[in-house]
Design a protein around this ligand. Structure first.
Ligand code: AMP
Ligand code: ZN
Length: 688
């Protein structure tokens, strides 16, 4: 290469790496496989080292990627949180060993898993967790303390024998099972799925609302000293043992080694064990065991010279995308699926892989006929990692999302804020079958006799056109139903009995059973808790209020637990033709499921039906008052409307606000009067 070509290649590699960093760290949507990324990085380092005139302090390989985000306070790391130098070959590890031997003697190695997650610093002061931060750019990271406090395995306080001032460092990760479950929920809500557990973990830690993080299955492994409290340890293993004794999760496996042969054997042993961990690993880390050598070995701008990462080849298999088909899900979401030439990968034969959505297909530029690398995301879900572009012949075809539903031919739309395209025909047979299956599923109405094949048969024979038709099916017809040559027979009675029992299930089970987007098990429970019965949902003032509150963004803290998207989705459902018909049908069937906590909405309470708005500084948290008001039959609103009976004005409320309320016919009362009213029902509410 001429100097000019080298300079151009360096610029190209920097651009590629910076784009990949942005997609990965900021958008949490990787666009290149790890291996390609590592190869670019290695090539760029090599070119920059050989051509120092083109070196540049801002080059992505001279800095730790990761960036800092808006919305979080900044934390400065002392010393900086570094990356690790990486090798893919054992020969390179031998060079590392040679370097160490030239510098120090009388040392041992420790081999431990390289956890594929997100680096984290935890700072304790006075023995209590006071700060948690991301690596960020290495020098400055994001303060994510509130989010990290939701990780239950991280000690909030240290035992008395631990240093009062301490910083430890480690890796946060999402468990494999948790990742699979989270993606299932994301897909069901029409939201973007995460590419792998590491991205899911990063996304979860960067939530502005810790409540969201709390619902994510996160954990950590602590493996490093931070800037304070760890100087006394002579060896790495001693330090890790102390971390464990102080209550920190540490790596479930590690190996001390004297020779390079032992190191290589440990690396192989770890690789064989990698699938047994709850976290994904992408390699092994080889560290010097004796901490007294660290200073002499020093560090580069990239990482310490006393440790080296050995990256495993990702388990992947080459295959061909023979076709891209489109599946229609329960909520009408169209999902492109790669139909693959069958190939063995990590213990199973893979024939299909979800491509998630059209954006994802376009981002990865996956074409029909492409040779691709297949991996298992989270070690379980087959996923197309990257396209082998060199193998393109020109005969590959670009995939386009169909403009109509592939099953019913109905209109498809893309909702703002969603990546998914949906078939909006409520009578779509594909959706109907999935909807009925969901309706009968365990967390919904739990009708075990109605599995996938039975439901498919009922839909195909047009015996049902809606989940509620299950209640009017005649036992004789069910009895005679033939499924792959067999009569449904006696199972008909079981199914009927289960349906009968379902009529008595509480509101949240029914609400979940309907299968409204964004309304999962937890959300259904939260919504049901704020309502007495099914027929209260369609025109719910509580749900409308959640939306009104959102429109006035942030002016007042949201009092109810109900999420805006969920409230909007439920109201939209009951406003739709299908939802209205569903409600009418429920009434015709004499069904009006009641909430498990009907006491939460009392029609006879002292505040029955009274709209209440809380404002100003109160002596107890607003959430507490909100619960008490609801328990007394009142409805908590976020803004005064003509339906507001009481404005409860705490300290520091402006005169304009109260005057406005009075003009609307609202009574303005103080906190003491509210307490009187709450107690007027003859009982003192102590429950919160
Ligand atoms: P990379 O993210 O590929 O640059 O690799 C370096 C990162 O590996 C470090 O910044 C750590 O976050 C992470 N890592 C995972 N496990 C370990 C471990 N056992 N020891 C040191 N670093 C680790
Ligand atoms: Zn359709």
């Amino acid at each position: 290469m001429t100097k000019g070509e080298i300079q151009a290649r360096i610029a190209e590699l920097r651009r590629l790496i910076e784009k990949a960093n942005h997609d990965y760290y900021d958008l949490h949507q990787p666009t290149v496989g790890d291996r390609d990324y590592d190869l670019w990085e290695a090539e760029l380092l090599r070119l920059e080292d050989a051509n120092p005139e083109f070196r540049n302090a801002a080059s992505p390989v001279r800095n730790v990627a990761g960036g800092v985000s808006e919305g979080f306070a900044k934390v400065t790391h002392h010393p900086p949180m570094q990356s690790l130098d990486k090798t893919h070959a054992k020969g390179e590890l031998a060079e590392f060993d040679a370097f160490v031997r030239r510098t120090v003697s009388g040392f041992t190695y420790v081999v431990e898993p390289k956890v594929d997650g997100v680096s984290l610093s935890l700072r304790y002061s006075g023995g209590r967790l006071v700060q948690a931060a991301t690596r960020g750019n290495g020098t400055v990271g994001d303060d994510i303390t509130a989010n990290v406090r939701t990780i239950r395995t991280i000690p909030q306080a240290l035992p008395p024998d631990a240093p009062r001032e301490l910083e430890v460092r480690g890796e946060a990760y999402m468990t494999r099972e948790g990742f699979v479950e989270l993606n299932r929920r994301q897909a069901e809500a029409g939201l973007e799925e995460f590419a792998n557990p590491r991205n899911a973990c990063a996304g979860s830690l960067k939530q502005l609302d810790p409540k969201v993080t709390a619902q994510r299955p996160l954990d950590v492994v602590i493996y490093n000293a931070g800037g304070v409290g760890c100087d006394a340890f002579a060896s790495h293993s001693e330090m890790i043992a102390a971390f464990r004794a102080w209550g920190f999760p540490v790596a479930p496996w590690s190996q001390s080694c004297r020779t390079m042969d032992e190191v290589f054997a440990a690396i192989d042993a770890l690789q064989a064990k990698r699938h047994t961990f709850r976290f994904e690993i992408d390699g092994a880390v080889v560290k010097i065991g004796e901490r007294r050598f660290y200073a002499a070995l020093g560090a580069t701008a990239h990482g310490p010279r006393w440790a080296r990462a050995y990256k495993y080849e990702p388990e992947r298999a080459e295959t061909v995308v023979e076709a891209i088909t489109v599946q229609v899900g329960r909520t009408g979401i169209l999902t492109p699926v790669a139909e693959l030439r069958p190939t063995a990968l990590a213990g199973s034969t893979i024939t299909r892989a979800t491509l998630h959505n059209a954006d994802q297909v376009a981002r990865q530029d996956i074409r029909i006929g492409d040779h691709v690398w297949l991996v298992k995301a989270g070690d379980v879900i087959p996923a197309v990692d990257s396209v082998i572009v060199e193998k393109r012949t020109g005969a590959e075809r670009v995939f386009a999302m169909p403009a109509a539903c592939p099953v019913c031919g109905g209109t498809v739309v893309r909702e703002p804020g969603e990546v998914a395209v949906r078939c909006v025909n409520p009578a779509c047979p594909a959706q109907l079958a999935r909807r009925v299956e969901h309706f009968a599923s365990r967390n919904a109405l739990d009708v075990k006799a109605l599995g996938e094949t039975v439901v498919e048969a009922l839909v195909a024979r047009r015996m049902i056109a809606d989940p509620l038709d299950l209640f009017t099916l005649r036992v004789v017809d069910l009895y005679a139903l033939e499924i792959s040559g067999h009569r449904f027979g006696k199972n008909a009675e079981t199914a009927k009995a289960a349906l009968e029992a379902a009529k008595a299930l509480p509101l949240h089970r029914w609400l979940y059973a309907i299968g409204i987007p964004n309304v999962g098990v937890t959300v259904a429970k939260d919504i049901a808790a704020a309502h007495a019965k099914f027929s209260d949902l369609a025109d719910s003032p509580v749900l409308k209020d959640v939306l009104a509150n959102d429109a006035r963004k942030g002016k007042e803290r949201q009092i109810l637990k109900i999420k805006v998207e969920a409230a909007r989705a439920v109201l939209a459902f009951f406003a739709s033709d299908y939802g209205r018909a569903f409600a009418v049908r429920m009434a015709e069937l004499g069904l009006d499921p009641v909430s498990e906590r009907p006491a939460a909405v009392r029609t006879d309470g002292p505040l029955a039906g009274a709209g209440c708005v809380l404002t100003g500084t109160l002596s107890r948290p607003r959430g507490d008052y909100a619960k008490l008001i609801e328990a007394a039959g009142g409805v908590v609103q976020s803004a005064v409307t003509s339906k507001t009976r009481y404005l409860i004005a705490g300290a520091n409320v402006g005169a304009t606000k109260t005057a406005k309320a009075r003009a609307l016919g609202t009574e303005v009362i103080d906190e003491a009067r509210l307490v009187e009213l709450l107690n007027a029902g003859g009982r003192t509410e102590g429950t919160t």
